[in-house]
Design a protein around this ligand. Structure first.
Ligand code: SF4
Ligand code: SF4
Length: 433
């Protein structure tokens, strides 16, 4: 029996849980099935702006594809240029981490004796294993995104969708947990919950945060400006009301120009039908030259801005023409899951520890190999190619997944029926069992 068959059995047992109305898998699935349909429908509507999100994305898609192709083509050159300008003109401290472990080390150096860290938009930090590493080091990590706060409150550690990660919990469930944990009774409505956290958390964000961690939506190589889009205002506070703001991100976040960075950030916003209430453009620590023209760093905003760029697999994927090289173009908009047949059918059973859907299974493959991808539910992918047809960056995601399935099959990691099917075709030139 193939090892794949064992994994497939485990997966089938999990799929059974989807039928149980009380299971976390079922609740997540029910919410996101509707959520995906609503998100996709909203893509066609003109309810926010004069143009629909589809019209907006179509207008810039060709440009985006060109940006991403050029960005990967000139990756090393852009990294060098960006780091130079960040250090020289922007007064930032910048690191190039060849590996994830290097990034962990640089981060610890920057933390110094600080043991409490406030964070937001930290998927990249999760991706490079920094969050796990910091937890092991005993650093207290404080979430500031409402969705992550809900996950923490509900003690939810299953894979979830990174945009609105706690959206599948009902208000009644949330206020019940707040009562249990904090002894506070709230009306079971979103406004009351938000008011509670605003009242209790905002002061802490403004007064206690010494060091904060974020990623970036995009970074321009020509002037080293970091783009951060958000709607809650927590990122604005985390990047201003701190001594040190640390940005951790992959080198593929760097794009040639500030206009390219803006296009990417706006596409990430529009393709998800969200409204970024704030887009921060950060070009260094706060400063003033108002006393005798002498420049002093650290006025009301951050005193220091530190950037840790992570290579890890990226340059190698390009140089060695790895099968997932195309994935370097991903802008992490996370919108391909709205149309993903596997996600719609199986919810968060089609996911890795990095998040939901095909892109996060590819990430797991890159970091942990083919067996990890199979365990994530690689073979739940129907091959429908919706992701490929949708992707604004022009990535053939379905083709990458096909290559992973082939590798899994060659290594005896596919479900038994598929192996039998393959052998039948090879031996008898007949696909029918
Ligand atoms: S692969 Fe998915 S997450 Fe990446 S850019 Fe394309 S649609 Fe967005
Ligand atoms: S090809 Fe696979 S990953 Fe892509 S949308 Fe279809 S089921 Fe999802």
């Amino acid at each position: 029996m193939s090892m794949g068959e064992d994994y497939y059995r485990e997966l089938k047992a999990k799929i059974e849980k989807l039928r149980n109305e009380d299971s976390l898998e079922h609740k997540f699935h029910e919410f996101w099935k509707l959520g995906c349909t609503a998100k996709y429908k909203a893509f066609e509507l003109k309810f926010l702006y004069e143009n629909s999100s589809r019209e907006f994305v179509e207008k810039y898609k060709e440009q985006l594809i060109k940006i991403r192709e050029e960005c990967i083509e000139d990756l090393e050159k852009n990294v060098e240029k960006c780091m130079k300008v960040m250090k020289k003109a922007n007064n930032m401290r910048v690191y190039y981490a060849k590996t994830n472990e290097d990034a962990h080390r640089y981060f610890m150096e920057e933390l110094g004796g600080t043991r409490v860290l406030f964070k937001s938009k930290s998927n990249e930090a999760k991706d490079i294993g920094l969050i796990e590493f910091l937890e092991e080091e005993g650093i207290e990590l404080i979430e500031t995104d409402m969705g992550d706060i809900i996950l923490e409150l509900m003690e939810y550690d299953h894979p979830t969708y990174q945009l609105g990660p706690g959206a599948h919990f009902k208000e009644e469930e949330i206020v019940q947990k707040i009562k249990e944990k904090h002894g506070v009774e709230l009306e079971p409505n979103a406004q009351a919950i938000v008011d509670y956290y605003r009242e209790n958390f905002r002061k802490e964000l403004l007064n206690k945060v010494k060091i904060s961690l974020t990623s970036a939506n995009a970074i321009s190589a020509d002037d080293g400006t970091i783009f951060l889009g958000e709607n809650e205002g927590n990122i604005s506070l985390l990047t201003r009301a701190v001594d040190t703001h640390i940005v951790v991100c992959g080198i593929t976040k760097i794009v040639p120009t500030i206009i390219d960075a803006l296009i990417i950030t706006k596409i990430q916003e529009r393709i998800n039908n969200v409204s970024f209430r704030y887009i921060s453009l950060i070009s260094g620590p706060s400063n003033t030259s108002d006393i005798q023209g002498k420049q002093v760093q650290g006025m009301y905003g951050a005193k220091e801005v530190v950037v840790i760029f992570v290579d890890d697999w990226r340059i190698r994927a390009k140089e060695e023409d790895m099968p997932y090289k195309d994935f370097l173009k991903c802008i992490s908009c996370k919108s391909c899951i709205y149309l993903c047949t596997a996600f719609r059918a199986f919810g968060n059973l089609y996911a890795s520890k990095y998040g939901i859907g095909g892109p996060m299974i590819i990430r797991d493959y890159i970091h942990n190999g083919i067996e990890a991808a199979v365990k994530d539910g690689l073979f739940l992918c129907s091959g429908c190619e919706n992701c490929t047809n949708w992707c604004p960056a022009g990535i053939d995601l379905a083709q990458i997944i096909r290559m992973l399935k082939k590798e899994a099959t060659d290594n005896n990691l596919c479900p038994l029926t598929l192996k039998e099917y393959q052998e039948k075709i090879i031996n008898e030139k007949n696909p029918f069992l």
